[in-house]
Design a protein around this ligand. Structure first.
Ligand code: NAD
Ligand code: TYD
Length: 356
């Protein structure tokens, strides 16, 4: 492995991965291939942009010719695919882009990996493909996928294709399924950066429904270490869950943010829930632990560290929080009804049984 094509490398996790890999491996070349959608941001890569072992190519993973050209030009031997449409709320507004990039784009990359006989194709997937996980159970890699949003359905479709290319054509693939990442350079549409920057501006934090949904908030560099490990020590054809293994309620996440910022709880505003909102994600991470990986941060540590990064990097988020983002914010949140306290109190038991 020496020339790694990092698709979607101008986004949140991909840019953290590039920085991590370029520092760790002195002989590796990192080539970012990114369409630069609204989520792609060259500021995320500014400290590696002039590195002699870094290259950036603007392109679409659905464009087979462009993918072939970049593989040939840089003698690529490995693809790590981060490129995707990634935000559940946007997938509810506009599912087509998700099916296109997440499914057709993955297919296009797999075809290239097959044609060029690449050493490895790694797919960066998500715990959301398992859908809502009941009770105390934790999703294992052998569980069937049961996605419930257009985003997670597209990601699950991609995972199934990746497995098919391993079984049918022998393409050397691996898949990691990551929990909710937090950390530097995450787009403001996602909950922790959104709530942090709202709170910094004394704007309300729109908590969906009762806020008692459970997520495993996981530090992005822990995730990057896990992907690195799977690339080097993972078994071809296998899936690995990656997270802290400790999910918390969204309201706890909100309280951690407010505490870290010294802001009042009165900023919390319960609003109408997301359609089809998965109540709980929870994964069993024993398989990746057995490979020799441990998360370095608990969800609380990950969230606090992330909040501090946003406080210290206002230059970055002010540019992202531009007129286009504010227009998105109005479209996404303007129509959401604010819930009265008695409505919020009545939500939990009804929702739990509706999900069962
Ligand atoms: P992101 O939205 O921050 O970045 C996605 C990047 O992909 C952007 O730079 C965008 O420009 C690029 N892109 C989009 N469509 C493209 C296309 N057609 N061709 C080329 N580039 C394209 O996403 P992220 O949060 O960094 O997520 C990266 C990957 O990790 C995704 O596959 C996502 O499903 C997965 N994942 C994310 C999380 C999370 O919590 N953020 C958790 C688990 C898995
Ligand atoms: P998000 O960051 O969008 O990730 P995902 O939906 O992929 O898990 O949301 C994380 C959790 O926060 C999820 O349960 C939805 C909730 N949420 C809110 O309550 N309010 C918001 O404004 C957003 C964006 C998310």
């Amino acid at each position: 492995m020496k020339n790694i094509l990092v698709t979607g490398g101008a986004g949140f996790i991909g840019s953290n991965f590039v920085r991590y890999m370029i520092q760790k491996y002195e002989s590796y070349h990192l080539i970012v291939f990114d369409k630069l959608t609204y989520a792609g941001n060259l500021d995320n890569l500014r400290d590696v942009f002039d590195h002699p072992r870094f290259a950036f190519v603007r392109g679409d993973i659905c464009d087979a010719q462009a993918v072939e050209d970049v593989i040939r030009q840089y003698n690529v031997d490995t693809i790590v695919n981060f490129a995707a449409e990634t935000h559940v709320d946007r997938s509810i507004m506009n599912p087509g882009a998700f099916v296109h990039t997440d499914v057709i784009g993955t297919y296009t990359l797999l075809e290239a990996a097959r044609a060029f006989g690449l050493e490895r194709y790694h797919q960066v997937s998500t715990d959301e493909v398992y859908g809502h996980v009941e009770g105390e159970r934790r999703a294992r890699e052998s569980d069937p996928v049961a996605p419930r949003s257009p985003y997670s359905a597209s990601k699950a479709g991609a995972d199934l294709l990746v497995n098919a290319y391993f079984v049918t054509y022998g393409v050397p693939v691996t898949i990691t399924r990551g929990a909710n990442n937090v950390g530097p350079y995450q787009h403001l549409e996602k909950v922790v950066p959104l709530f942090t920057t709202n709170a910094l501006q004394d704007r309300p934090l729109p908590v969906y429904g009762d806020g008692r949904q459970k997520r495993d908030y996981h530090y992005v560099l822990d995730h990057c270490e896990a992907i690195d490990l799977v690339l080097h020590k993972g078994r071809v054809g296998e899936v690995y869950n990656v997270g802290t293994g400790q999910e918390i309620e969204n309201l706890q996440m909100v309280e951690i943010i407010l505490d870290e910022l010294g802001k009042p709880r009165s900023l919390i505003q319960h609003v109408e829930d997301r359609a089809g909102h998965d109540r709980r994600y929870a994964m069993d991470i024993s398989k990746i632990r057995a490979l020799g990986w441990e998360p370095r941060h608990t969800p609380e540590e990950a969230i606090r560290k992330t909040v501090r990064w946003y406080v210290e990097n206002e230059w970055w988020w002010r540019k992202v929080r531009d007129a286009e983002f504010e227009a998105y914010y109005r479209a996404q949140y303007g129509r959401r009804r604010v819930l009265a306290p008695d409505e919020v109190a009545g939500l939990s038991p009804r929702e739990e049984s509706a999900e069962a």
